[in-house]
Design a protein around this ligand. Structure first.
Ligand code: PMP
Length: 397
C-alpha cells in the first residue's frame, strides 16, 4: 500500500528551520521561522505563564477530559479579549467559543464546519497569505481562490485591486482576512479601509472569516481588533480563529480558539452544536494545560497586567528592531528606500528581496529568510544587526 508513495515536499518554512539547525557557521542568522525571539535570540517563557504554571501544579485536581468545547473560563475570556469585556454580542448569547489545539486547529474546525455544515464550498484567501491556509482549507474540501492584496511596487496594500476582487466574490462564499499583523506582508487595512471592506461584504453577502494569530503584536490588544470588532458588530454572522501561540509564547502547548457569532442565541446554539460534532470526530476534546494557563492569567487581574506588560515588551522590541534595521541599512550604504518596514505590523515584513537574493544570503552569508523574501523581524538583535545589514547591502549591490 505504501510503496507507491512519493516523498512529500518539506514545509517551506519548517523545512528551512532544519537546514538552519544543521548549519555550522557561528554567525548564522535566522529570520525565517515565525516565533518571537528576545534580544538573546531566545523564545522566552513569559513570567506570567511561569506563575500560572506553578499555580496549576499546586492546584490542579484532575486530569480528566475537558468538555468537547474546552474550558468555559478560557472560552469566555477569549470572547472578551477579542470582542471587548462589555460586548453586547456576548451579553446576548450570540457568541460561542471552542478552545482548540492552536490557531491551526481552529482554522481546520472552521474549514470543516463551512464545508460540511453550511452551503459554503469556496474560500478566498489574500494573495499572498500564510502558506498553510491553502492546505488547511483545501484539505477540508473547500475550493481555494485568491483575492489581490499586496502591491509590491509601493510596498503597500493594493487597495483598489482588493476592493474590485471582493466586489466579484459570489454570495455565500467565505473570505478570509488576517485580523492584524498580516502574515507575510506585515500590512493591514486602516480603520477606514476595514469600513470599505465591510461595506462590500454587506452588499455582496459573502461571509467574512478571520484569522487572528497576533493580537497584541501590532498596535496593541485593542488596536489589533479594530477590524474584527467592526465586522462582528455590524454583521449577523462571523467566524474567528484565534491563537495564543504568539501573544502568550505558548507555541508548543497548542492553544487557540474558534469563535462563532450568529444572528441570535438560538442560531448560535444550533450552529455551535454542529461545531462540536466536528471536534468530537477529530480530536474529541482539547488539551488542558495551555488553555488553563491562558484562562488563569486572563481571569486574574494582577497576572493579566503582568502579561500585558510582557506583551508590550515583545511588541516594542520588534518595533525598535524595525527602526534600527532601516537605519542600519542606510548607514551601510543602501541606495534603496526601506522606510516602509517601519510602518508594518507584527513580526513579519515582505523585504522585497528576490528569491535569488534570498538564496545568496543563505548560501554565502548564513542568513536564513524564506524564499518569498518574508523576514521575521524578531530574529534581529543589537548584536546581529550590523552583519545582517552589511550582508544585505552587498547582495543588493
Ligand atoms: N495563522 C497565521 C497567520 C499564522 O502565522 C500562524 C502561525 N504561524 C497560525 C495561524 C497558526 O498558529 P498556531 O501555531 O497557534 O497553530
Amino acid at each position: 500500500m505504501f510503496e507507491s508513495l512519493v516523498k512529500a515536499p518539506a514545509d517551506p518554512i519548517l523545512g528551512l528551520a532544519d537546514i538552519y539547525k544543521a548549519d555550522e557557521r557561528v554567525h548564522k542568522i535566522n529570520l525565517s521561522v515565525g516565533v518571537y525571539k528576545d534580544e538573546n535570540t531566545v523564545t522566552p517563557i513569559l513570567n506570567s505563564v511561569k506563575k500560572a504554571e506553578s499555580y496549576l501544579l499546586e492546584n490542579e485536581q484532575s486530569k480528566s477530559y475537558l468538555p468537547i468545547e474546552g474550558l468555559a473560563t478560557f472560552n469566555l475570556a477569549t470572547q472578551q479579549l477579542i470582542l471587548g469585556n462589555d460586548s453586547p454580542l456576548i451579553q446576548d448569547n450570540r457568541v460561542k467559543t471552542a478552545q482548540a489545539p492552536g490557531g491551526t486547529a481552529a482554522l481546520r474546525i472552521m474549514a470543516d464546519f463551512l464545508f460540511n455544515k453550511t452551503k459554503t464550498k469556496r474560500i478566498w484567501l489574500s494573495q499572498p497569505t500564510w502558506p498553510n491556509h491553502r492546505g488547511v482549507f483545501h484539505s477540508a474540501g473547500l475550493e481555494v481562490k485568491e483575492y489581490r492584496y499586496y502591491d509590491p511596487q509601493n510596498h503597500n496594500i493594493a487597495f483598489d485591486a482588493l476592493l474590485s476582487d471582493l466586489e466579484n466574490i459570489p454570495e455565500g462564499d467565505a473570505v478570509l482576512f488576517h485580523g492584524c499583523c498580516h502574515n507575510p506582508t506585515g500590512i493591514d487595512p486602516t480603520a477606514e479601509q476595514w469600513q470599505q471592506i465591510l461595506a462590500v461584504a454587506t452588499k455582496k453577502r459573502w461571509l467574512p472569516v478571520f484569522d487572528l494569530a497576533y493580537q497584541g503584536f501590532g498596535g496593541g490588544l485593542e488596536e489589533d481588533v479594530v477590524g474584527v470588532r467592526l465586522f462582528a458588530n455590524a454583521l449577523p454572522e462571523l467566524l474567528i480563529a484565534s491563537s495564543y501561540s504568539k501573544n502568550f509564547g505558548l507555541y508548543n502547548e497548542r492553544v487557540g480558539a474558534l469563535t462563532l457569532i450568529a444572528e441570535n442565541a438560538d442560531i448560535a446554539d444550533k450552529a455551535f452544536s454542529q461545531v462540536k460534532t466536528i471536534i468530537r470526530t477529530n480530536y474529541s476534546n482539547p488539551p488542558s494545560h495551555g488553555g488553563n494557563i491562558v484562562a488563569h492569567i486572563l481571569n486574574n487581574p494582577e497576572l493579566k497586567e503582568e502579561w500585558i506588560a510582557e506583551l508590550t515588551v515583545m511588541r516594542q522590541r520588534i518595533h525598535r528592531m524595525r527602526q534600527l534595521f532601516v537605519k542600519t541599512l542606510q548607514e551601510k550604504g543602501t541606495n534603496q528606500d526601506f522606510s516602509f518596514i517601519v510602518k508594518q505590523n507584527g513580526m513579519f515584513s515582505f523585504s522585497g528581496l528576490t528569491e535569488e537574493q534570498v538564496l545568496t544570503l543563505r548560501n554565502d552569508y548564513g542568513i536564513y529568510i524564506v524564499n518569498s523574501g518574508r523576514i521575521n523581524v524578531a530574529g534581529m538583535t543589537l548584536d546581529n544587526m550590523s552583519l545582517l545589514c552589511e550582508s544585505i547591502v552587498k547582495v543588493l549591490a
